[in-house]
Design a protein around this ligand. Structure first.
Ligand code: NAP
Length: 251
């Protein structure tokens, strides 16, 4: 038996239409999982790639800047799949400004999407597991700013540091119920989220000079970690935040 095989499982992935969420959804599908993709934009390209891997994708349109859609998302996912086995809290935004000028709006928008929605979606999915007498896997997409300060992204650093803390807290509360809660901390990946950094010649050069692997991450570099933490191979892994960063934190 292959302990990394996800055949017969269903993964709910937020923000799966693009970037890291798309790469994670495709990686999980290639390992055998069906996908429930939750987000604002239609995940057409992701659906095509999941279907090419021989799996199904069900899209749920929802805006996770508030927790209003959470119960409907879980109800629809359960209706599609019977049960959700894996939850990937990936949807996230970033707002950049000097802390002296940072607005309440940019604070709330980031915290609500990156942290509050991840918690209440985890709660809603975990309740289905506890009610059904079964376990499951939750993976929170954290950041280097779960460990470091960064600059000009105060709400983002607060949200991602909070998400790493929440990962540990939920692991402590739910490990005994067969629920594995872990995080993945991507380093610097080439996606929409980092477009501004890559467009700034100085920041781009400084970042690349610090990455031992010498390149920006490609979203496909994340798939292996996501498959591992979603699989039986990670049965005894609880509350860890796995860095996939080309060696950035080791520097
Ligand atoms: P991205 O290309 O900007 O993707 C963000 C995803 O989140 C999109 O699918 C987006 O959907 C979704 N999303 C944003 N706001 C939403 C909302 N209110 N409701 C529902 N979905 C929403 O960025 P990415 O780099 O792939 O980021 C994915 C995750 O990885 C984020 O949590 C980010 O913080 C984290 N991360 C990225 C990096 C990096 O280097 N790229 C590093 C560390 C962590 P729409 O297109 O519909 O808005």
């Amino acid at each position: 038996m292959n302990p990394f095989d996800l055949s017969g499982r269903t993964a709910l992935v937020t923000g799966a239409n693009t970037g890291l969420g798309q790469a994670i959804a495709v990686g999980l599908a290639e390992a055998g999982a069906d996908i429930v993709a939750v987000g604002r934009s239609a995940p057409s390209e992701t659906a095509q790639r999941v279907e090419s891997a021989g799996r199904r994708l069900h899209a749920i349109a929802a805006d996770l800047s508030s927790i209003a859609p959470v119960s409907e998302i879980v109800a629809q996912a359960v209706q599609f799949a019977g049960a959700v086995d894996i939850l990937i809290n990936n949807a996230g935004i970033i707002r950049r400004n000097d802390s002296l000028d940072f607005t309440e709006q940019d604070w709330d928008a980031v915290i609500d999407t990156n942290l509050k929605s991840a918690f209440f979606l985890s709660q809603a999915v975990a309740r289905t597991w506890v009610d059904g007498g079964r376990g499951g896997k939750i993976i929170n997409i954290c950041s280097m700013l779960s460990f470091q300060g960064g600059i000009r992204v105060p709400s983002y650093t607060a949200s991602k540091s909070g998400l790493a803390g929440l990962t540990r807290l939920l692991a402590c509360e739910w490990a005994g119920m067969g629920i594995n809660v872990n995080g993945i901390a991507p380093g610097y990946f080439a996606t929409n989220n980092t477009e501004a950094l890559r467009a700034d010649e100085t920041r781009n050069r400084d970042i690349l000079a610090r990455i031992p692997a010498g390149r920006w991450g490609d979203p496909s570099d994340l798939a292996g970690a996501a498959v591992f933490l979603s699989s039986d191979a990670a049965a005894y892994v609880h509350g860890t935040v796995l860095a996939v960063d080309g060696g950035w934190l080791a520097r």
